[in-house]
Structures are given as C-alpha cells and as structure tokens.
Design a protein around this ligand. Sequence first.
Ligand SMILES: [Zn+2]
Length: 312
Amino acid sequence: MAGYMCPHYEDYTVGIICALGFEMNAVRHVLDREHVNLPIKPNDSNIYILGEIKRHNVAIACLPGSQSKSSAAIAATNMARIFPMVRYRFLVGIGGGAPSENNDTRLGDVVYDYGKGTESGFTHKTFTGSPPAALRATIYKMQSDHLSRSSQISGYLRRLILQPCVGYQRPSEEDTRFQADYPHTSGQQSCGQCDRTRCFQTSLRPEDDPRIFYKLIASGDRMIKSAAKRIAISNGLGGSVLCFKMEAAGLIIEFPCVASRGISDYADSHKNDAWQPYAAATAAACARELLTHLEPEQVSRIILSDLAGKFP
Ligand SMILES: [Zn+2]
C-alpha cells in the first residue's frame, strides 16, 4: 500500500482527527492508497498517516496520548498549521449512543454531525462556525442518495471486518441495552450478573449494514456513564442528541468539522469495550462514503476563494 510519494504538505486538503489509535487504524484501512511520511516539522506532536481516498489527499492525525479537550485542541491547531490547505475536516471514531423512542440507534450504527460544540458542559449549536457550505450540501445530497439507492458503505466495511488480523469484526457479545432505571450490578466487571429481563429486546443489524443517523452529537469534558444523565442532557438539548463524546468540545472550537461516530456503548453504567473496534470500523466506512461524494475540484474552489480573500 505504501510507496506513492505525495511531495508536499500543501497537497493535503482533507484532515481527519481520531482520538484513539484503533480509530486512526480503521481509517487507514479504508484509504485507497497510503503515502510515505513527510519530514517531521518542528513543534508538531501529532502522528500522521497520509494517503488518498477518491483523489482526495487525506492527512489522518491521532491525539497524542491524552483524551482531554486541550490535547484535542492542540492536535487541531497543529494540523491547521502543518497542512495549510486542509478545508474539509472530520472527526472519526466511537461515541456513546443515546437511543430514544424516535431514534432506534444500536451498537455499530453511525451518527453524523456537522454543527459546532461549545466548551460549557454538554452543549451543541448547529451551524455556528460550521464546515464549508459545499461539505454540508454534500451531506444533504448523500442522505438523499441513500434513500433511493444503496451506498458503498457495506463494501468498505467488509474490507475491514473480513481481515481477521486487523481486528475490526463485530463482537460476539450481544447488543444489550438495559432500561434506563436499571444500573449495572456494582463490583462486577461484566454484565453477567445483571438482570436480562431489564433489557430492551433488539435484533442485530446485518453485520455490514449499519444504519446512519444525521443528528446531534453532544460534546463535553466528561464521560457519561449513566442512562439517567444521558437522557437529562439530551432532553436539555431538545431531545435530538443521539451520541455523546468527551474530547470533541475543545476540538470543534478550533476545528469546524463533520463528525462520524460509531456507537460503541449506550453511555450508561453497563458500558463495556467489546464493540469499540467494530464501531470505529463503521465510522471509518461512513467517513469514506462521504468523501466519495465530494469532488476534489470543490475543495480547490474553496481554497482559491480563500486565497482571493487574503490577496485581493
Ligand atoms: Zn451491567
């Protein structure tokens, strides 16, 4: 895969930030081709994987160790400085799901969001300092396309889950969601002692066909580990939040972006990590699908218009 030389930092127009190494690795496996590394620039703590998807040159960065909002902000600032032509920005990875009566989100489903978070707790403002209009328009178009014809997501996802050595298969653990007022049995590592009669009866989706939701992802500076808190925060934000993520608040302020989040748990006390790799894979496959709907020429036009604004 590696070997093709893309010679300049200025050639990269798409930036993807992942919080965790296995999230970055999932995106790496949906690249068409990986590029060789460029020389490291001073004062940049980010680690990058470079490559391309459908004629877009893509730089993928991973947070350096810490999941805090400050490390996310530093990663975003560094990427903006090192890759000055990046105009399409994405956060790709996992998040905690917030199912509701109207939105039957399950583990492995993906939530897209293209608004803007703020730093004060879990909040969300749509379209304030949001991504370029062309990118938002493409999401609407893709959403519409998916209503009338099937997407390529299954194919991209199969590429990941059919490689046993890569480790992105769907886990054998059930998709178990307990009722909101039923907490995890304290002191237990797993849900083996939890009362299964307090579970919602859900059927699994086809392994290569996650459902996509276009809803809010609430960002904040703490993990949500309680169904009651999850519901309270979602209700406080109009009931339309479908996903929670910790580090993104600090990031989004510096990094107006589209987030693609695979749901790996239900943000409650029953959290377990088994679904994380598969959820990262579904998020990566969906991010790739979005990039295939974007023409590189659209990015070029945005860059030219930015430059014309700077040097009239
Ligand atoms: Zn439990």
